[in-house]
Design a binder for this molecule. Structure first.
Ligand code: UDP
Ligand code: MG
Length: 316
């Protein structure tokens, strides 16, 4: 293959502190690949996800000073996954050949993009960026992440271990991806459903260049739960089986209570009574909650609201 045209899609939410450096590093990588004739043309596509700081005016400035930079401004904040989708959809409908998605904060190694393109040139459709180790993550983040990957795979949702949304996708895999009609996006899982040839490149994840994480604990937890319920109905099955187990156990408890009653012993223990009431109450609430999660998803899907609205674009 000769003359590859590559877009790097970067979703940004309040990233004014990092964008200059991100542009510098990504431009360097593109220029280097151009020089080595790996690509014929390169573009950095910033998707401003309704930022409240100076992110957009910075993107406009950068697009004047740097020939690679283009930008898309979404009308309001729709979240990382949807913002990334907006960028990927644009590339899928353009005459570019491939897209790399990367976060704005330079935690992922920009040099890994070159390796990704090498794989692409060999005909691979999807190249995953995989974190080699999580030295810079806190103990807590490392372990909750591990737990999530385990839970996800036991629930039957296939994802690549330690891969987030740093990946290269060929044009045809992008087209296949954006044909998915679902509104609940969990891209790293959806990409695994495509079935095209894949490869992985490994890199060390760094500390955020500047600014703060836009994924605080609650958002992370929501994202994880969303991922599981988007990809598996096993939690529903779990409710059924645990309900059956509760019923069986209580059946034996009833027999025991009857025997005690007939033999004239007074049944002791308000405590056990109270505990089981609370326990069953909790179990029922959890069950209703899990069912509710799925109903919520159906609700969101049937409304078919637009995923995002574009307000402005620059240099595209
Ligand atoms: N992001 C976004 N919209 C949001 C939240 C985050 O576009 O509502 C972007 C953010 O600017 C960054 C990427 O998603 O480029 C990942 O966010 P972050 O680095 O804060 O997450 P973390 O690496 O801490 O999980
Ligand atoms: Mg980050």
């Amino acid at each position: 293959m000769n003359g590859v045209r590559l877009v790097i899609v970067v979703p940004c939410y309040n990233e004014e502190e990092v964008l200059k450096e991100t542009t510098r590093q990504l431009s360097n990588v593109l220029a280097r690949m151009e020089k080595e004739e790996k690509i014929a043309e390169g573009k950095i596509l910033y998707v401003d996800d309704g930022s409240k700081d100076l992110t957009w005016s910075l993107i406009e400035q950068l697009s004047e000073s740097d020939r690679y930079v283009g930008g898309l401004k979404l009308a309001h904040n729709v979240g990382h996954q949807q913002a990334l989708w907006a960028g990927l959809e644009l590339v899928a409908g353009s005459d570019y050949d491939a897209a790399v998605s990367i976060d704005a904060d330079l935690q992922d190694d920009v040099n890994a993009i070159i390796e990704m393109v090498d794989y692409f040139l060999q005909g691979v459709d999807v190249v995953f960026g995989v974190r080699r180790e999580r030295k810079t993550d806190t103990f807590f983040k490392k372990h909750t992440a591990q737990l999530f990957y385990k839970l996800m795979s036991t629930m039957g949702g296939e994802i690549v271990y330690n891969h987030a949304d740093f990946r290269l996708m060929s044009k045809r895999s992008l087209k296949a991806l954006v044909a998915f009609p679902e509104r609940n996006l969990f891209l790293r899982g959806m990409v695994c459903l495509l079935g095209y040839t894949t490869a992985s490149v490994y890199y060390d994840r760094k500390e955020r260049f500047a600014g703060e994480s836009k994924y605080p604990f609650t958002k992370m937890l929501n994202f994880a739960l969303d991922g599981i319920t988007s990809f598996s109905v096993k939690p529903l099955r779990l409710i059924t089986t645990s309900g059956l187990i509760f019923m069986m156990v209580s059946f034996f408890a009833i027999i025991y209570a009857l025997v005690e009653f007939i033999s004239g012993d007074v049944i002791r223990g308000w405590t056990s009574l109270l505990i089981s009431v609370w326990f069953i109450g909790g179990a029922i609430l959890t069950a209703v909650g899990i069912i509710g999660e799925y109903i919520g998803k159906i609700y969101k899907e049937v409304k078919r609201r637009p995923r995002y609205l574009i307000e402005k674009e620059v240099n595209l």
